[in-house]
Design a protein around this ligand. Structure first.
Ligand code: SF4
Length: 314
């Protein structure tokens, strides 16, 4: 059984577009995916593809418009609506997030020891000695010295701060972590260290990740499977090696190409695409589009075992 299974998840926002016309932005538009125990699912796409919104919605940090989220077999949207406290408490403990910004996500007025042990306190762990022991173990796990316990975050580099964020996320023994662009603000050499740390932690603690990044190569390094997202939808999903060596969707090919992938649509075109109910969302950028692509949105179809693609070419 999958640890987390998202079915037809939608996150829609209403607002006002050009000429104060009411518009609906489909940040996440009918996404279905799952993450197994001890697995890393990479989620890749350009900025504005909806991947961070999907990550937050999966943790119910954003209220989804529709769909379902099964965590360990329990319908969490149902649990939230019916105020099922035991189920929600378990979910809040077992599903955590690591944010992109290692500077803004740590309270500068708290020492690292308190930052790491606070979630434990919130979840009912008592006793100063116990809390300190657990915090020191976590510091060791993420490769920071014990002296960090009594130090404020400002004394640390970006990479070290991200290690503190990881320790905080791990403190209450999660089974699932949404890692939202956790290395993209760091230098390349530090990125590699952090990615290796995520892998080591998975081996030691058995945690699963939804690993979000705009960089397909970063995701390819860490993920077992990769989902490619564009304008709120999954374009392709496959085992990492298969996706890298044999991409099918024109958008995945674009992400993999050495040409910087620029979205050349104007704001007006983007609004039109968002409001375009029927056709393929990638149509305005696709060099292989056919007539059908303008009118009918392709479903995500399995074309070989474990490899799905949303494109009329397949
Ligand atoms: Fe291109 Fe058509 Fe495939 Fe969309 S469905 S990616 S427009 S070929």
């Amino acid at each position: 059984m999958s640890l987390i299974r998202i079915q037809d998840l939608k996150v829609y926002y209403t607002g006002h577009g050009l000429f104060r016309k009411q518009s609906v932005t489909k940040a996440v538009d009918g996404v279905s995916l799952f993450v197994n125990d001890h697995e890393t699912l990479g989620l890749v796409g350009e900025s504005g593809s909806g991947k961070s919104t999907l990550g937050r919605a999966a943790l119910l940090l954003i209220k989804p418009t529709a769909g379902s989220i099964l965590f360990d077999g329990v319908d969490m949207m149902n649990a939230a609506v019916h105020k099922n406290r035991p189920a929600m408490k378990k979910f809040r403990r077992e599903a955590q997030i690591v944010f992109q910004d290692p500077y803004g996500s740590l309270n500068p007025r708290m020492k690292v020891g308190k930052i790491i042990s606070d979630p434990l306190r919130v979840h009912g762990v008592r006793g100063r000695k116990v809390l300190k022991e657990k915090a020191l173990r976590l510091l060791e796990l993420v490769g920071l010295p014990a002296s960090a316990y009594d130090t404020y975050p400002y004394a640390f580099s970006g990479g070290q701060r991200q290690r503190i964020s990881i320790a905080r996320a791990l403190s209450i023994g999660p089974r699932f972590i949404v890692a939202d662009e956790p290395v993209s603000s760091l230098d390349i050499s530090i990125q590699a260290q952090l990615l290796n740390l995520f892998k080591e932690i998975q081996e030691k603690e058995g945690v699963s990740y939804l690993f979000i990044s705009h960089d397909l190569r970063t995701v390819a390094f860490i993920a077992h499977r990769v989902a490619v997202m564009y304008l709120g939808r999954i374009m392709e999903l496959a085992q990492t090696k298969e996706l890298i060596t044999g991409p099918l969707h024109p958008y995945t090919k674009l992400l993999l190409s050495s040409i910087p992938s620029k979205d050349r649509r104007t704001t007006e075109q983007k609004e039109q695409t968002n409001g375009h109910e029927h056709g393929c969302v990638f149509y305005p950028r696709c060099g292989l589009a056919k007539d059908i692509c303008m009118d009918i949105s392709p479903d995500l179809k399995e074309v070989s075992p474990g490899h799905s693609v949303a494109c009329h070419l397949y």
